[in-house]
Write a protein that binds this ligand. Structure first.
Ligand code: UDP
Length: 384
């Protein structure tokens, strides 16, 4: 039996967990398998991050049926279910709120303890599949790593037991600290046109969320906002699904907006650090911008990261509103004052998580605590 399996499957997973994987690889107290679900698979959505961040290669790599969300989830459950029949683990670790974390159902079916990194984050926006996924996995978990005290409080309010929630800080801070000396080298992978654009003032953009790109009205609002940025250039590494939606629409973007395929982590961070501001619907990018002291426009109706508003690092743009004043949003982001305090932790989160995983694995104590904290009397369930 191995101690742990760590299951990841998309671009931000490998970035955020890169230090956790390296720390686990470089210790001798417990053993683990790294499993890649196969949700992201291409060179620039997967391999480039393994290479740039020196992440150990997965021990097991699955293929999923990518027809739609249900096939991704069901093939992940099937792949993991069969895998867990052959390979036994004391616990299985998942991260985040993606189709891949729904593979935790397979661990639950085998009754293997589930560990959830990024637990208890909530947007309280029940229209988001991600909100449903993270609620499900938190309630399947035997151990939860919550990044911030406020997230832990959210979990407690749902009846999750205090015993199983550990506050760790956000590991994305660790990744920035570890790699910021290399961000400059990202320039060497970008083409000359992009480098030249980045010498002047520019805004960086990302947009991939299904509620934004699959909703025609919201997508129009977002592209109208981008078309209102008429004083500086815009560099937009645009995901493949968003490219497809744009191509099939009659939306025309202004000439100052430069569309490029998704880029590597170092290229992206090189641009982010230099940008006047970023307009994004990404959960991770809004954190990274806040940590690097780059103002952001968060193009989302709701967020599970309200800290970026609390510290005045970000301006909200609601793509579901029909009375948006684009110019006002751009004016607001332009007057944000850099110098806010990073609210996401001290950069030691990966080590805290790994230390706890080692301790729990060695003592085989993943089930030491009760996962739910019922405020009503449950004892009669155990009596005759
Ligand atoms: N990113 C990147 N290249 C790009 C766009 C983003 O390396 O072209 C990185 C970015 O620095 C962040 C992560 O990918 O670490 C964000 O991924 P995404 O927005 O897809 O996911 P989310 O955080 O919304 O789940």
């Amino acid at each position: 039996m191995k101690d742990l399996a760590i299951v990841l499957g998309i671009r931000p997973d490998v970035i955020r967990a890169s230090k956790i994987l390296k720390l686990l690889e470089n210790q001798n107290e417990i053993n683990f398998d790294f499993i890649w679900s196969g949700q992201h698979y291409s060179e620039n959505m997967k391999d480039v991050f393994f290479n740039q961040l020196n992440v150990p290669k997965p021990d097991f790599e699955f293929n999923v049926d990518k027809s739609n969300d249900s096939t991704i989830v069901s093939s992940t459950i099937q792949n993991l279910f069969s895998h867990f029949e052959t390979y036994k683990y004391k616990a299985v670790v998942f991260l985040g709120d993606t189709n891949t974390v729904m593979g935790s159902i397979a661990a639950a079916q085998h009754n293997i303890p589930v560990v959830h990194i990024e637990g208890c984050m909530r947007s309280y926006d029940w229209r988001m599949p991600e909100e449903k996924y993270r609620t499900v996995i938190d309630h399947l978990s035997d151990r939860i790593y919550a990044y911030l005290d406020d997230y832990k409080k959210q979990g407690l309010k749902e009846g999750i037991s205090e015993d199983i929630i550990k506050v760790t800080g956000n590991p994305i801070v660790d990744i920035i600290n570890e790699n910021k000396q290399f961000f400059e080298s990202g320039a060497s992978y970008l083409d000359n046109e992009v480098i030249n654009l980045s010498k002047d003032k520019f805004a960086l953009v990302t947009c991939h969320r299904r509620e934004n790109i699959l909703n025609e009205e919201s997508f129009k609002e977002i592209t109208s906002l981008l078309n209102s940025i008429d004083d500086i250039n815009v560099i937009f590494p645009i995901g493949y699904k968003t490219q497809e939606i744009l191509k099939n629409s009659n939306i025309v973007l202004n000439n100052n907006i430069k569309l490029i395929d998704p880029i590597g982590y170092l290229e992206f961070m090189y641009l982010l650090k230099k940008a006047d501001y970023v307009a994004t619907d990404s959960g991770t990018v809004v954190e990274e911008a806040c940590i690097l002291n780059v103002p952001s426009i968060q193009m989302r109706y709701s967020t599970e990261r309200p800290e970026v508003y609390d510290v005045k690092a970000s301006v909200k743009f609601d793509p579901t509103a029909d009375d948006n004043n684009y110019g006002q949003v751009i004016d607001k982001v332009n007057i944000l004052k850099r110098g806010w305090k990073n609210p996401f932790g001290d950069g030691n989160s990966s080590q805290v998580i790994v230390n706890d995983l080692i301790e729990l694995s060695k003592s085989d104590n993943f089930r030491k605590h009760k996962p739910l904290d019922y405020s009503f009397d449950t004892s009669r369930s155990f009596k005759e």
